[in-house]
Design a protein around this ligand. Structure first.
Ligand code: GLC
Length: 741
């Protein structure tokens, strides 16, 4: 529709119709049966406002979205189509590994392809917007939502933010889906890793570390932004004019839709920021939050605010205009179904090509953390019996909490994958124990007795499972233990204070350790876990994340050597919970253990645990051995901002196994008016190295890489000495130096 006509449409709407466009409700409000005594009553909004509602959340499928759209268009005087938005975060029906695993691929180009596939599935299924990517910086593994983040580094997160937004949106407006990035802003810094808790930091830290990935996504063209639940420096983001209006809209020129997180506008009252829903609505409107997700605020309060002269109707017009513009850009006025159909849906989801890509992504996400005596890869032709034991042995729930629309029946389990490599006489399998047996925790989060029984076996069954596992373990030559955390323990509202494997898994593992056989742990989790106590007794460790629909195949491809692991951690694995938040780009402090001259006590350290994580950012092994030598710079001086320096390093694959190596470039600004980390990722390259192949790899170092937010919170650059590190992970101490003149 021409913009002129769209403006005419806006001007023709009455106040109720305009407010309706700013309301988002979930699917149950649009079921075929009467919902007046159900969700409407519960939420406290009228049927009239439901009928005027402008967008629907978390309904997928061409059939259902068409049904709701048809009913909507019949009800409305003005034929404004609904827009369907859903949490399609790392896959719809073909589900990829969780984003923390995608971050470990260090392969934004591949992930862009994956997200384009997801957009295809979503488009065919009648969705036009996804509440993704989530690009919060995550440095505290106690927080369950680290699952959804690509990790602890602003630079790496920014590269993925760009690629994910582009993947979703590259075929817009005719195809593809619009990206709603979240959760703006700094939600990943919740205090103590406790869900929905406060975040508090200096503006400098916010700009330097927490905002870059959102900015990268906005610059990549993200159509929408979701305001987060948390307070930021005492002001809830969803009512925070400074972060939403002054930074996002004015400084970054974002003129798209801002949608609140779920009921976050009404939560301004619970925060103690608004006295009632009316004031909450005013504060959110003043902060330019356009759509109220699933709260009664805008539906009930905007009209009286306008009629009583407390809210300028122009603010509502501006918000409605942004909503209508997106609907128009996506062609909904010409085709309210936007090309979706049951037929197209059938042809688009879970195709062999999409599964193949998911399998490749999942193998690239796997991180080999330990491989003592090079026990991996296993050779299926060896005359050895393999015992696959553990709660994830044949578990279909490999998708992770936020694969809300995924079909677990479609998952390839680890046992399925093993069976494609091993004949039945060589493969022994047993569950051994449940994923978890903590009934009180499950009850505490509202699960029914019946639901709990599906997760926690009876004591007699548990005992039987244990015995069966020990029996086959005694027969086997090698044990693969598939364990980890339960999907319900991670993701939103999944904060935890204890990050080791649960007692029941540890008890079984300890019995297996007594057999003195090689044990390979495949860890399924949505977060870095504490593996410190069991690491010495494990022969090998593979961090598999929640690996997605093709997870069982990907894990098997890695274990049996069809794929050479190339994953590198994008978030540190802590040595102990007491270290959290732990991340590589720390400040030196005035008493660094590495450089301090004070006595061994009076330094920045713990008395009882090391400073370093168990596994660092960027760490991961492969089946090859790659040497890094002869780091050299094209010059020891950078003369002014237009100059650049080239850093070169010699690589050699000292093995007869082809590999993909992720070379990482870190810089350190040694002296600055705001102290800078001991090292910061500024570049990386994935390089294929054939067996025994040598390659020189170079990085351009430009002045942009040296900029930081100064005391005035403006980007600045200061002359002085810089260290250049190039290596396989953030622990690398191979460096050279130059001076910026
Ligand atoms: C949830 C999450 C957000 C999600 C939204 C809609 O509470 O915080 O990530 O997109 O509600 O489901």
């Amino acid at each position: 529709m021409e913009e002129r006509k769209l403006r005419e449409l806006l001007n023709s709407l009455n106040l109720d119709e305009k407010i309706g466009q700013l309301i988002q409700l979930s699917g149950e409000f649009f079921s075929a049966k009467d919902v007046s005594l159900g969700p409407q009553k519960k939420l406290g909004i009228t049927k009239e406002m439901v009928d005027l509602c402008g967008s629907v959340m978390n309904v997928v499928g061409a059939k259902e979205t068409h049904r709701i759209q048809d009913a909507n268009l019949k009800n409305k005087k003005h034929p404004i189509p609904l827009i369907f938005m859903s949490d399609i975060i790392y896959g719809l029906k073909t589900v990829y590994p969780i984003p923390l695993g995608l971050g470990a691929t260090w392969d934004p180009d591949l992930i862009q392809k994956a997200y384009r596939n997801t957009a295809e599935e979503a488009y065919a299924s009648g969705n036009q917007v996804t509440f993704a990517p989530m690009i919060d910086l995550a440095r505290d593994a106690r927080w369950g939502r680290v699952l959804e983040s690509t990790g602890e580094d602003p630079y790496l997160n920014s590269r993925f933010a760009e690629s994910m937004v582009k993947g979703f949106q590259e075929d817009l407006p005719k195809y593809g889906i619009a990206s709603c990035i979240k959760h703006f802003a700094a939600y990943g810094a919740v205090e103590s890793g406790r869900e929905y808790n406060a975040t508090d930091m200096s503006e400098n830290r916010l700009r330097q570390y927490y905002l870059p990935s959102y900015k990268a996504a906005v610059d990549a063209g993200a159509k929408m932004v979701m305001s987060s639940f948390n307070t930021l420096n005492g002001v809830p983001v969803t009512g925070n004019k400074w972060i939403l209006k002054d930074i996002l809209r004015k400084e970054w020129n974002f003129d798209g839709i801002i949608i609140s997180d779920y009921a976050a506008i009404s939560e301004l009252v619970a925060h103690g920021f608004a006295q009632n829903n009316k004031q909450a609505s005013k504060l959110a409107m003043d902060a330019t939050v356009d759509i109220d997700m699933k709260s009664p605020c805008y539906a009930n309060e905007l009209k009286p605010l306008v009629t009583e002269g407390e809210l300028d109707e122009k603010k509502i017009d501006d918000a409605v205009w942004r909503v209508l513009k997106l609907k128009n850009e996506l062609g909904l006025f010409e085709d309210p179904y936007r090309g979706s159909s049951e037929e197209l849906e059938k042809k688009s989801v879970l195709t062999p090509e999409k599964r193949q890509l998911a399998r490749k992504v999942s193998t690239e996400a796997m991180v080999l953390l330990k491989n003592k005596n090079n026990i991996l890869p296993l050779n299926p032709k060896d005359d050895k019996e393999i015992a696959l034991i553990g709660p994830y042995e044949n578990e279909h729930e490999l998708l992770g909490l936020w694969a809300v629309h995924g079909d677990r029946k479609e998952t390839v389990t680890i046992k399925d994958g093993f069976k494609t490599y091993l004949s039945s006489d060589k493969l022994l399998t047993a569950k051994g124990t449940d994923i978890l047996r903590d009934k009180s925790m499950l009850k505490g989060i509202g699960l029914s007795e019946e639901q709990i029984e599906k997760i926690v076996s009876s004591d007699s069954v548990e005992k039987e499972n244990n015995n069966k596992a020990l029996e086959i373990a005694k027969k086997a030559d090698i044990i693969v233990f598939a364990g980890g955390e339960h999907t319900i323990e991670s993701g939103e509202a999944g904060s935890r204070g204890n990050l080791t494997l649960p007692d029941n898994q540890l008890q079984l593992l300890n019995k297996l350790f007594e057999l003195n056989k090689p044990i390979i742990l495949v860890n399924i989790s949505g977060r870095p876990m504490i593996l410190t106590d069991i690491e010495p007794k494990l022969t090998a460790i593979i961090q598999a994340w929640f690996p997605g629909t093709e997870g069982g195949n990907a894990i098997s491809d890695i274990i049996f050597g069809k794929a050479n692991p190339s994953g590198r951690l994008s978030m540190s694995f802590p040595y102990a919970v007491g270290q959290l938040p732990v991340y590589y780009s720390q400040f030196s402090t005035g008493r660094s253990v590495k450089t301090s001259t004070h006595s061994s006590r009076f330094m920045s350290k713990y008395l009882d645990i090391p400073n370093d994580p168990l596994y660092s950012f960027g760490y991961g092994l492969s089946y090859s051995k790659v040497s890094y030598d002869n780091l050299r710079l094209s010059s020891k001086e950078m003369n002014g901002e237009s100059d650049k320096i080239v850093a070169t390093i010699d690589l050699q694959n000292k093995s007869n196994v082809d590999t993909t190596e992720t070379i990482q470039l870190y810089l350190q600004d040694k002296f600055a008016s705001i102290v800078q980390p001991v090292k910061e990722l500024k570049g990386f390259k994935r390089v294929n190295l054939k067996a025994n192949e040598q390659k020189n790899v170079s990085f351009d170092i430009t002045s942009d890489m040296l900029k930081f937010y100064g005391p005035d919170n403006k980007l600045t650059i200061e002359p002085g000495e810089f260290n250049v590190f190039v290596g396989p992970n953030s622990d690398t101490d191979q460096y050279d130096s130059f001076e910026l003149k």
